[in-house]
Design a protein around this ligand. Structure first.
Ligand code: AN7
Length: 364
């Protein structure tokens, strides 16, 4: 009889697959939902559109929405929750714009840990709230933003026996850096550019850690240049100052005081990278474009990196001609159905008669 694990044994999750590199306590079995191994989708039509006739380049989408809870956070959360279990924690806490909350809730459920999440009241996409609630977390909405929440959970973890699983927890970066390994393993080399959205700046830090590790160990001879994108109303790193009241439709990156600010600056500096601010309109345009041109549905924040590429090419400071680019799509479009539906034409309702249907068809 096949072992009950046969069907899933091919990919064991990021901690086991990269066990020599993910530096967490390996004294307990990984708490895993078999995250990682996400697709790197070629996107030639989108590359043509983003090139705007000025650049021809190769584009791949690292579709992190394919992770078990629908975002890249699962890579870090498998490591943070495994570490928490190894440390004997009984409860975990995080502040979140939504995806971290859903991911923490899922992995905590799997580990049998209590999970508390703080989210900004009314500023979290429906699918993320649905996830966190379904996995059984205690969801606390605060009359404040992510930055307020992070300040509170940091202090709570100091004063109460509860483990912090935001990306200031180093285990999170250890898990998330595996995405950089996967990119190199799939392409056989580092790309020329890596584009991604930046919020609390954990992910840009983790990718840089991963690329640098492969580079230092001689697995790649180059590292990518990093293009970070923040939402215009929430762009502390671009402007070089804390944003007290961050705003953007891309609620996942509605963050005014990123915890990994210095590490992000280091990644940008060492990679000879760029960071740019993109408006909500630019984000939404890229969000629709990737869905319509490539059949890839990501959440608005995830499209910020693509919007940054479009802006850089348009303004002439980003030369992508002949380059190989990986854009990280951090979360699933289904996380935020409200934004998707609000921006689209309303479906037509008809009587259940064939003439009514045929009258609507305009096929060429
Ligand atoms: C889809 O869930 O901060 O720069 O609390 O959900 O590593 O913060 C989410 C961030 C990009 C930014 N794309 O990553 C949270 C949270 C999506 C995100 C980011 C987030 P970081």
């Amino acid at each position: 009889m096949p072992s009950p694990l046969t069907a899933t044994a091919a990919w064991p999750g990021v901690i086991t697959h990269y066990r020599d590199r993910v530096q967490i306590t390996q004294s307990v079995a990984p708490v895993t939902l078999l995250e990682g191994n996400t697709p790197l989708i070629p996107a030639p039509a989108l590359a043509r559109a983003l090139g705007q006739g000025k650049a021809e380049f190769e584009l791949f989408l690292k579709f992190e929405a394919s992770n078990p809870t629908g975002s890249f956070k699962d890579r870090g959360m498998t490591a943070a929750i495994t570490q928490a279990v190894a440390d004997g924690a009984k409860a975990v806490i995080c502040a979140s714009t939504g995806n971290t909350a859903a991911s923490a809730a899922a992995y905590a459920a799997r580990a049998g840990l209590q999970c508390v999440v703080l989210v900004p009241d009314g500023k979290i996409a429906a699918g993320k709230l649905a996830g966190a609630l379904s996995y059984g977390a205690q969801v606390i909405a605060i009359n404040g933003n992510f930055d307020d929440g992070l300040r509170m959970v940091r202090e709570a973890a100091e004063r109460a026996p509860i483990a912090l699983v935001n990306s200031i927890n180093p285990a999170r970066l250890q898990g998330q850096k595996t995405a950089a390994f996967e990119v190199v393993d799939a392409l056989g080399a580092a790309p020329d550019w890596l584009a991604l959205p930046v919020g609390n700046a954990g992910n840009i830090t983790a990718y840089w850690l991963g690329f640098t590790e492969y580079f230092n160990d001689g697995i790649t001879s180059t590292r990518p240049r990093v293009l970070g994108a923040q939402a215009a109303g929430s762009a502390p790193i671009v402007h070089g100052r804390v944003i007290e009241k961050p705003e953007t439709i891309a609620t996942a990156i509605r963050i005014g005081n990123p915890a990994r600010w210095n590490e992000a600056l280091l990644a940008l500096d060492e990679s000879d990278g760029e960071i740019t601010a993109v408006s909500d309109a630019e984000i939404l345009a890229a969000y629709r474009q990737v869905a319509r041109l490539e059949g890839v549905f990501c959440e608005p924040s995830s499209a910020a990196g693509l919007a940054g590429m479009a802006k850089g090419v348009r303004e002439g400071w980003l030369d992508l001609d002949g380059q190989r680019v990986v854009a990280v799509l951090t979360g699933h479009g289904l996380k935020d159905p409200d934004t998707a539906i609000k921006g689209a034409a309303e479906p037509v309702t008809i009587e259940p008669r064939i003439d009514a249907l045929l009258g609507l068809l305009s096929l060429s």
